[in-house]
Each structure stands twice: as structure tokens, then as C-alpha cells.
Design a protein around this ligand. Structure first.
Ligand SMILES: [Zn+2]
Length: 99
């Protein structure tokens, strides 16, 4: 349904003066998938920072535990980026090449 694909209409005064309405498509699924990638990348940043601190402190047992968590999160990141790439290839809702 067209209404679902257009999450917003962004009127431009200049273009409206010319009788042109600018419509910018916002794909809700793209937004959701991109937000998931951002969340996981932020988590990786946090985990990597903690990992470095633990390694520097010499707490190798904790370092090893966190290493496993990092590996799992990297797997999550790969799947999230894969899902986003697949969506971009199939839906073509974004300008430019897929991630
Ligand atoms: Zn889309």
C-alpha cells in the first residue's frame, strides 16, 4: 500500500512556489534495520573498550569471557548488515549502492 511506503512528506516552500511537491520516501523497514546495525556497532564499541581495559589490567579470565561475548556480537553485526544489504538490494528504497 502506497501510504505505508511514504512515512512522511516534506514540503519545500521553493518547490511549492513552482507547483512541485517534494516527496521523500522513508522506508520503515530500512529505518528499523539501520537502527539495529547502529545499536550493534555501538555495543561493539563498548565491548571493545571494556576488553582493552581488562586486557591492560591483566585480568585474563575476564578478558577471555569478554572475548566470547565480542565474537557473538560480531556475528550479530554480520547478520544485521546482511539483512540490511538484502533489503537494500530487493527494495531499492535508498539512493546509492547497497552497503
Ligand atoms: Zn526499503
Amino acid at each position: 500500500m502506497v501510504a505505508e511506503r511514504f512515512a512522511g512528506v516534506f514540503p519545500s516552500p521553493l518547490l511549492q512556489d513552482l507547483g512541485i511537491q517534494l516527496r521523500m520516501e522513508i522506508c520503515a523497514e530500512y529505518t528499523r534495520l539501520a537502527a539495529t546495525v547502529e545499536t550493534i556497532l555501538s555495543k561493539l564499541t563498548h565491548l571493545t573498550s571494556r576488553h582493552l581495559d581488562l586486557f591492560k589490567s591483566g585480568d585474563f579470565a575476564a578478558t577471555k569471557r569478554l572475548d566470547r561475548e565480542l565474537e557473538l556480537t560480531i556475528g550479530e553485526k554480520e547478520r544485521a548488515i546482511g539483512a540490511l544489504r538484502q533489503h537494500m538490494l530487493e527494495h531499492k528504497c535508498q539512493a546509492g549502492k547497497p552497503i
